[in-house]
Design a binder for this molecule. Sequence first.
Ligand SMILES: [Zn+2]
Length: 370
Amino acid sequence: MEKGNGGIADMGNMEHTPVVKEVTKRHMGKVHGNAKRNEEMVMNYLKLLASGIVKKRLSPDEAHIIRERKKRLENCNRFWSMETYEASHVRVLLRTFLCKDKFCSNCNQVKKMLLQNRFLPYMEQYKDSLYHMVLTVPDCNGEELRETIQHMAYCFKTLVTYLNGNKKVKGVDLSQYGFQGCIRSLEVTYREDVYHPHFHVAVVLGNNGIGEKHIANQFSGTGNRLFSDFESMIQRIWWLLVNGKRLTSDNILGADNSPQRYSCIVDKFQPEDYKKLFGYMTKMYSEDNSLMRYDNFKTLYYALSHIRQIQGYGVFYNVKELNTEAYTEQEYQTLESYLVCKEKPVCSYEPLSRLSGDERYIVLKTKHRK
Ligand SMILES: [Zn+2]
């Protein structure tokens, strides 16, 4: 629900109009649910620390890092900085403290939002020539995961050098697709000890696009999906790259079927693809919808350490992941000036658990409108 100035104060003409939104009970309940899930993650960190110390596997530095991450996660979004207007029964949420851990449910939601805000304006410029590509490799187990992810990243980089024309294959014209750049996003799904790393890619291609879909192959499935020449070729190239084979015209386009394929689909970018592109690197739930087990946590903790989720190439090369708190100093100041009320606010840090059950106050949060 949007609230205008009426409910709080009439500020007349302001240069920037902050949008003040009511923080609903439902939203607070949801955030409270995140805190519950985070408790599980805190337990996972604790186990990792305890078993590492008992088995003497952790260096003091590693143990320190795990201990710190656990502490930050524990306190993530637990306290909201609030201003309370007692007479109006209104509390204004100013800021909260976020841990930025990749296993944190709060921070994953915030990161998703920040990534979208960051990349969307750039992607909009290419919306007519934007495609969604999904590249996969066969599933692997926990032990192979880190190496698989690193190898995929390396092969993807190589694939880009072929698509942008820096490397060429004699007899294969890859420049005809007019590749201009892409945003590559890593996602890892899992079920028991089976991991499925894959890339979602937003790719800008030239006017010719990917051409008609007319090829049936082993990935067509029961839905009889057909593939374009571009998709079919990328499936081959991706297999060759991942398996360390030479890219030759024969290997890519030849009738010989000994070079195989890995799955690749490329379609016009749809609005719902943003969600896939800027989704979580790894979900808190496995593919059968059970909460992440300790062994999955441990595997993902080590496999994803210092692994970058998003990477831009070509026209998106300079768009970097944002790493900021939800509220900037400027937003904070705008908020203060907006709230020129007679009443003096009482500043306080409130534990979230108390707020979500409190019926006496309406909680507001501010957001800056561009
Ligand atoms: Zn967090």
